[in-house]
Design a protein around this ligand. Structure first.
Ligand SMILES: Cc1cc2nc3c(=O)[nH]c(=O)nc-3n(C[C@H](O)[C@H](O)[C@H](O)COP(=O)(O)OP(=O)(O)OC[C@H]3O[C@@H](n4cnc5c(N)ncnc54)[C@H](O)[C@@H]3O)c2cc1C
Length: 500
């Protein structure tokens, strides 16, 4: 293609090196696109849309490229926001950001103003706000403060048809009417409503619950777009209402011997509303080998990392709860100390540590069942059954996650030496899906849907999945935006790079 075919202010890349670079995100998929467009502004985005309307093809939005479900890679045009559309500013009570704004830079800016956005993924140095909205990101403090969705006040976006929509203003008529029709049907459908209400707090897929939560179509649209993994519209401006910064008032790391005691501690601590409660199992601890997070005692099942920020009394009550269990160790982390920074650094290092272990062994660690969401009371059963399942299938597994809101990252290692990786992966994902069904859990959690798990979302939701299709039909009837990531899917192993 000639660059002059697509005259945008930003950049176009078609060279091999650039295409190869953006052929992957943090998942295991590898798909080489035809072209990369780095838009400089909304006009550029419109020009790219016009181009696809004329020439055919599809568009995949990408902000940080740290997504773990293969939803930021695509076959045709990658709209890469990070290089040029990354501005941010304060406007009154709100922070306004372009989708390419890197989260870490954004946090620095807001923290300097005494504010905080509590939904901070461990990938904050890598991810950007467009992807945070695309996936409906979380972080440890989601346990108390909710996902990024709780902080989004409005969005500006471009539809696949090239219409610019601002959810602070009146929506186009056809769009508002279409949306309200889907909402009316959903509200009258008791069975589907119940199904969505009963899913775990962090269950992914479109935010269908918004139909019950927001009367105003503008608000409804904002919250439907959060977590829509680039399949409904292209987000060009994000407005967030933040809250005053709150430091930790007490952080503890408790190492448990007994799984049942761990399960019971999770419930008791959860009743105290901690600002964060993270779980790290013994296998994961053995791979981090951090100064604080390590498996120095062989009898450990796992550790809880708990933070309180409401009051010192709350933190003391939390400590007393932890002390009431048969612990191997309990560490109190001094507030504002180097230990505190190191602890969270070690927490962020978990996934890279597991990648390192896989590399050393010549194993692979594809993100297959890395995004489990459960109800808190099912934790001991799910953990026990999952470990047993992986032992039966012959896989070492590391399990960790934001247990404070029922999010677990289950990471089985795969050995190419054992042959047929596709079969191994399909078996693990299928069997884990069945296991979770027993406990009302889901494979589509905080990292949201995408190539590696959307097929299971459809199985989980059954007829109610139709509401997701209806929304896609309203927003993007020709399936231009990010196809094959939520609907009409290939087998999950298609396009997976199983060579590493
Ligand atoms: C080490 C590591 C730790 C992680 N920890 C967490 C965690 O604690 N919590 C968590 O939630 N996630 C976590 N993640 C997953 C990932 O970082 C998050 O999902 C993050 O929000 C993705 O942001 P991104 O900018 O990298 O998105 P991308 O990968 O660029 O995109 C993600 C999705 O958003 C869509 N999208 C991007 N930009 C736009 C746009 N402008 N308009 C419409 N759609 C768009 C994409 O099409 C894609 O579907 C982790 C990942 C890694 C590698």
């Amino acid at each position: 293609m000639k660059i002059s075919d697509l005259p945008i202010k930003g950049n176009i890349h078609t060279d091999e090196a650039a295409l190869k670079r953006l052929s992957r995100d943090a998942s295991s998929y590898r798909i080489k696109p035809h072209l990369i467009a780095e838009p400089g502004n909304e006009e550029d985005v419109l020009k790219v849309l016009e181009y696809t309307q004329k020439k055919g093809g599809n568009i995949t939005c990408r902000s940080g490229g740290s997504g773990l479900s293969g939803a930021a890679v695509g076959t045709d045009i990658i709209l890469n926001f990070k290089p040029l559309m990354n501005k941010m500013r304060r406007r009154g009570e709100e922070m306004v950001a372009e989708p390419g704004a890197v989260l870490k830079d954004f946090l620095q800016k807001v923290n300097n103003q005494g504010l905080m956005l509590p939904a901070v993924p461990s990938s904050s140095a890598w991810c950007a706000l467009g992807g945070n909205i695309g996936t409906r990101s979380t972080g440890p403090r989601t346990a108390r403060y909710g996902t990024i969705d709780f902080f989004v006040s409005s969005l500006r976006f471009i539809t696949a048809g090239g219409e610019i929509v601002d959810t602070r203003e009146k929506l186009p008529d056809f769009f508002e009417n279409g949306l309200l029709k889907i909402r009316d049907r959903f509200l009258a459908d008791q069975k589907s409503r119940q199904l969505f209400e009963q899913r775990p707090f962090i269950a992914g897929g479109y935010n269908i619950q918004a139909f019950s939560q927001y009367e105003d179509p503008k608000e409804l649209t904002t919250h439907l777009l959060v977590g829509s993994i680039g399949t409904l519209a292209i987000v060009t401006e994000i407005r967030l209402k933040l809250i005053p910064f709150r430091p930790s008032l007490g952080t503890y790391v408790a190492f448990f011997r007994s799984l049942d005691e761990l399960g019971s501690a999770i419930k008791k601590i959860s009743d105290l509303c901690p600002s964060a409660m993270e779980f790290v199992d013994a296998t994961t601890l053995s791979h981090i080998q951090g100064r604080i997070l390590n498996a120095s005692d062989a009898s450990i099942t796992g550790a809880l990392l708990v933070e309180f920020d409401e009051s010192s009394e709350q933190a003391e009550r939390g400590r007393a709860v932890l002390e009431s269990f048969d612990l191997s160790r309990l560490r109190t982390i001094p507030v504002g100390s180097k230990d505190e920074a190191d602890l969270w650094g070690e927490r962020r290092r978990i996934l890279p540590s597991l990648w390192g272990h896989a590399r050393k062994k010549n194993w692979i660690l594809p993100s297959i069942i890395d995004d489990v969401a459960i109800h808190l009371n099912s934790f001991p059963s799910v953990f026990r059954d999952l470990r047993q399942l992986m032992a039966d299938l012959g896989h070492e597994i590391a399990i960790f996650g934001h247990i404070g809101f029922g999010s677990l990252h289950a990471r089985p290692f795969f050995e190419p030496q054992r042959g047929d990786l596709v079969e191994q992966i399909m078996t693990v994902s299928r069997e884990t899906f069945q296991l979770l069904q027993k406990y009302g859990g889901t494979l589509v959690g905080e990292h949201n849907a995408g190539r590696s798990r959307s097929a299971y979302l459809e199985m989980e939701l059954g007829k109610a999945f139709g509401y997701l299709r209806d929304l896609k039909q309203l927003f993007d009837p020709d399936d231009v935006l990010n196809p094959n990531t939520l609907f009409d899917l290939d087998p999950i192993t298609s396009h997976m790079d199983l060579s590493r």
